[in-house]
Design a binder for this molecule. Sequence first.
Ligand code: SAH
Length: 391
Amino acid sequence: MTDGVLRLKRGHDRARVHPWIFKGDVADVSDVEPGGVVTVVDAGGRFVGRGLFNPRPALCCRLLTWTDEAIDAQFWQRRLAAALAARAGRAGAARLVWSEADALAGLVIDRYGPVVVLQTVTLGMARRRAELAAALRGAVGDVAVFCVDDPIAATLEGFEPAAGWLDAPGPTSPGPTSVIVEEGAARFLVRVGGGHKTGLYLDQADNRLRVALLGAARAVLDVFAYTAGFACHALLAGATSAVCVESSKDALAGAVDNLALNGVAARAEVRDANAFDELRRLDRAGARFGLVVLDPPPFARGRGALEGALRGYKEINLRAIRLLEPGGVLATFSCSHHVSEGAFEAMVRDAAGDAGARLRVLAPLTQSADHPVLLTVPETRYLKGLLLERM
Ligand code: SAH
């Protein structure tokens, strides 16, 4: 079957370094099946690139290549090889493919030991799950592939979200139900197909390793702890104690498991609480910590929610700063793309002002290196943080 052709409107066709094409950019599209390949041309008919098309969402095409090459089995092999090469030497759990950042828009692949979790975000990628898995196995060997799609993206794109083993129809389960992965000195239990994201917040892996070292000989407060990743690392690095605050039952159970798995449970306490309430309570009680980690979920899911989100971020940061002993360290994060680094820093400065605390910037923090940022696709930069010391 020949590819469809998508012609861009005049004035919407300047060099497209960004892969997203919206319906409003399109002059016309030839007959192409939803999820099929289209060759994108400018208003004058000149080649722009090639991508996967879906007439349903406003974001109707994501470019995969800017070279006149076929999108076939060899194409996926080349792309996957490049993504894997970029992570060479990264041991343990890792994000192997990150959508736009690896020129594989609509596809995410994470490795958890012998299992890879494959997530498709577009109809075109969802239709190619088996082909993508075959290309991946060609590169890394015969891994067990678990598919888990975001139901919201699936609805938007019009496909059935997967939640199960790719090769499920068989007498035995094609993969383990849980795996233990190593992250530096720590070990984490990952329930395949359970938990948030694809199992772990891999985007925080580099920060967990770095921040935890500052917990040595200190009392640690891990707020929005999920499965106690930061706390486990800090305790392994010699923290005297750790309090984990988390409100999801599954995450709390995971935190208990991980603390035990790492042999640090005796120095840890897991609190089932709303972080806002618990920070207020600790503040009122005059508690003090040597290391506080604040890693909230995205408060701003859209641009419109920004003001309210910044109020929320400021409240938790204000309380966290007040809980710092002199010389204490705060690692504070936002994973909302819509909160810019500038706005984030201004918010923390405001919170410090209200707390009457002077803070030294030890380092800016960002997402793990296996979640690369494309300068030309600003949406790929979303996790930002500051490592601050109370003076
Ligand atoms: N620091 C973690 C990731 C945190 S993700 C890690 O490195 O693995 C954010 C977490 O905040 C999620 O686990 C979510 O369940 C939890 N959460 C969301 N809202 C909360 C609230 N109001 N109080 C406590 N926890 C909350």
